[in-house]
Structure formats: C-alpha cells, structure tokens
Write a protein that binds this ligand. Structure first.
Ligand SMILES: [Fe+2]
Length: 309
C-alpha cells in the first residue's frame, strides 16, 4: 500500500515552514525554489514509493558526486545542460533572433585567463606526440562581414582525452589560448588533434549512466567562446567528423552545423610549407555571431569557472 500525505494541510504547512516561508528573513527566490523542490521531492518519494534505503543511497550519491567534483559532468550526461540550450534556442525563436553559429554546451572544463595572442597561437606545449593540427577560419556577423578584433577563446583535450589544469600532469594553459582576430576577422592556430574521452570509469557519473544502460563517451571536439564588441557571446564547440561517437555523444553537444570536417594529409611538401614534418591535419571553420546591443548578451553567462574572478 502506498501512503500519501503530501496533500494534507499539516504536510503542506510543514514544507512551507522548512522552506522558510513563515519567516521574513532570507532570500525570497531561494525560498520559492526550495519550496518547489521539497514539494516535488515528497511527491516523487510518495508516487515512486521510494524506500528509505533508496533515499539514503541517493543522499550518499550526492556526497560522492561533490567529493569527486562531478556535478558539472552529471548535468551534462543527464542532458540538462543541453536542455538549457534548447530552451534558449526556443526563446530566441520566439523573439525572432536567428542566424549565426549555433550554441552548444560549455561543459565543466573551461579555465579563465588563457594567454592572449594576435591572429595566431600555438596551443600545445610540444609534449604530447599527437598529430599536428592546423585550424583556421573567420569570425563574421550574420551579414557575412568579417569581425576584426573578435576573441576566439579555445580549449580542448590532449590525445589522452584530458584537459590541462584538471589534469595536473599537463603544463599551465596547455591546449588553451585566446586569439584576437585580424583585420579580416581571421584566426589561426597550431595544436594537436584532440581525442574523444569518457567520464571517469570509477566515478559517480558513470555509475549512474551504467544504471541507465548508457555509455559516458564523447566524440573528439574543440570548445570555443567567441566574442566581439556589439555582438552576442557564443558558447559552442566543434565535433570532429568521422568520430564513432559523433552522433552518440553522452553530453548531447553535437549539432549538425557544428560538425567540422578534418582533413589528414601525408603530403610532405605541404607539411614543409606548414613548417612541420610527417602527418598533419587541417580544419577550416568559420563562426558567425549575431549582433546585440545588450551588454549582458555580449558576455558569457555567469557560473563558477576555474580561475575566473
Ligand atoms: Fe570537452
């Protein structure tokens, strides 16, 4: 027999009290959110007949999630981060904001304050023997005009699928740079081809995905923040064509317009022109920004990020 008490006046009063609704201190928004969360929580407990054992298992899960710093990974894996993108897309559509490179998830691995350079940067420190990658493109507005002085803030994983800062064995800001576009709106960088990666196999995110019968793998990708004066900030990533997880990303970040063709070449004449020897890869990708007069839209959304003030 499933017992339900949440509809009773006593239970409702109790949840209001626990949410601070009977006092004048605190933060009204926090109270409203917590009240809703508590009401929904007890509804879930009652309707799904959650046992005390399941409840305490979930509480412990949150502790493990925090200890392992995987909350940001879990919200990506459960599709909630992508859902926020879908919601913002729908809002844009409603108010007629269209055009430009689509947004997609930021993920939890950005580090603020990467070195800034003009037009070109080398992203890798030369330690990882991955295939050399040359990537270039143009930042434009929705009329196709180049945006000089735009900032291309790029970060990606190494061939082991890990990110500097979070992987302490890599040098500071390895595979992270900010590049200012030239007079033609162009940016260029030299790096190494990143590898796809998965959730830590022994971590709580993968543990939950296992319960859902899902894998925790991402295709190889490169993250970007693109910004320019009087334009909307763009948070996006490109996913490398040909990756086995391209359309099976556990974080749901792949969007058709963000699939980048990567061309591998063994042509040693062209390699020499690039100043390298051996196999190399090239990607050409342009970014298009919507114009915006609103200062708030011109900046990335606020969230806690590594090394950000
Ligand atoms: Fe990533």
């Amino acid at each position: 027999m499933t017992v339900k008490i949440s509809h009773t006046a006593d239970a409702q009063k109790f949840l209001e009290e626990a949410s601070g609704l009977h006092n004048d201190a605190g933060n009204p928004r926090a109270k409203a959110l917590i009240h809703r969360i508590l009401r929904d929580s007890v509804n879930i407990i009652e309707e799904m007949a959650v046992t005390p054992e399941e409840f305490w298992k979930a509480v412990n899960y949150l502790n493990v999630l925090g200890t392992r710093q995987e909350a940001g990974l879990l919200v990506a894996g459960l599709g909630l981060e992508h859902y926020l993108d879908l919601l913002m897309d729908a809002e844009d559509e409603q108010v007629g904001k269209s055009g430009g490179t689509p947004r997609t998830i930021e993920g939890p691995l950005y580090v603020a304050g990467a070195p800034l350079s003009d037009g070109f940067a080398r992203l890798d420190d030369g330690v990882d023997p991955g295939v050399v990658l040359f990537m270039q493109g143009q930042v434009k507005n929705t009329d196709g005009a180049p945006l000089a002085g735009a900032i291309v803030d790029v970060w990606h994983a190494n061939t082991g699928g890990t990110y500097s800062y979070f992987d302490g064995s890599q040098s500071e800001f390895n595979l992270r740079r900010r590049i200012v576009t030239d007079a033609e709106g162009r940016y260029r960088f030299k790096s190494i081809v990143p590898s796809g990666y998965g959730c830590p196999p022994d971590g709580p995110t993968q543990q939950l995905l296992d319960q859902l019968g899902r894998h925790g793998q991402r295709p190889a990708h490169i993250h970007f923040f693109i910004s320019a004066d009087d334009h909307r900030h763009l948070t996006t990533q490109i996913n490398l064509d040909g990756d086995e997880y391209l359309h099976d990303d556990f974080a749901y970040a792949t969007r058709d317009e963000l699939i980048a063709k990567i061309t591998f070449s063994d042509d040693q004449q062209r390699a020499a022109a690039h100043g390298v020897t051996g196999r190399f890869a090239e990607i050409e990708f342009d970014f298009t920004l919507q114009s915006s007069a609103q200062p708030q839209e011109q900046q990335r959304i606020e969230r806690v990020r590594a090394l950000e003030d």
